[in-house]
Design a binder for this molecule. Sequence first.
Ligand code: AMP
Ligand code: MN
Ligand code: MN
Ligand code: MN
Length: 279
Amino acid sequence: MLSVDLHCHSFYSDGALSIPELIALAAERSVSVLALTDHDSVAGVAEAQALAQQANIQLIPAVEISSVWQAQSIHIVGLGIDINDPLLKQRLQQQANARGVRAQAIAERLTALAKPGSLEAVLLLADGDLNRVSRNHFAQWLLAEGHIRNLQAAFDKYLGKGKPADVPMPWPTMEDAINWIKEAKGVAVLAHPGRYPLSRTKMRSLIQCFKEAGGQAMEVATTTEKPDMIRYLGVLSQQFGLEASQGSDFHGPHMPWLKLGIVPKLPEICTPVWQRWVS
Ligand code: AMP
Ligand code: MN
Ligand code: MN
Ligand code: MN
């Protein structure tokens, strides 16, 4: 049986594992097709490809781009991209720079909220690279310091939209993110459509806009969704003529509910997006 996980993170974004650790874990879990989808970064892909080949894993070069649709932050996965595409590299560098600027601003806000010292701590978590820093790193620090009881509470109380340490980001529109991916010869996949704070009607409208903007696939079987939602997303993928993807969104031991290679079954009616690369 083919084991397919097309969504996971390394320490090149907000994951905890290095590339050798990630590929070793994928091999241990018998993953046969893997996509490394770090947020706004392809820095780990070349190393992952080399190690995956040795481990007999097919690695699909990928990225998870942060974008905005109707004031909502939306993630677009790009599968099968050319990681050496100069324009894509330049665009991802801009995203990374914006992360660095935001990290400093978030740390200043937390200091003003009587929670000093976060910048040094998140830098350690992000392997010393300010431009890799994610809100997830701040959430981990808030948890470790005992300011909150779980990662979700960090977003609910401090880092989420409109909360005191929220710093708005200049992310591209969803339409632009789709074009960036397609211009780098990749397939644009709407990430975890069920996880945004949207009503069912609004979620349908998101998927419709995604399709109209040239999006090609959507995630259907994602670890955090209940069976009912996965069935519904499967139906929507068919209705909108989108291929279907699946993935764990694995980040590491700090998010133990997301396990590398452990993915719900894709509904039979779906057209698997990985058929493009796997025969
Ligand atoms: P960023 O890309 O820096 O805005 O950070 C967002 C990341 O934080 C996501 O990719 C998730 O890994 C993590 N996260 C965990 N819980 C939440 C939440 N409730 N809202 C947003 N992001 C979350
Ligand atoms: Mn993440
Ligand atoms: Mn995401
Ligand atoms: Mn992700």
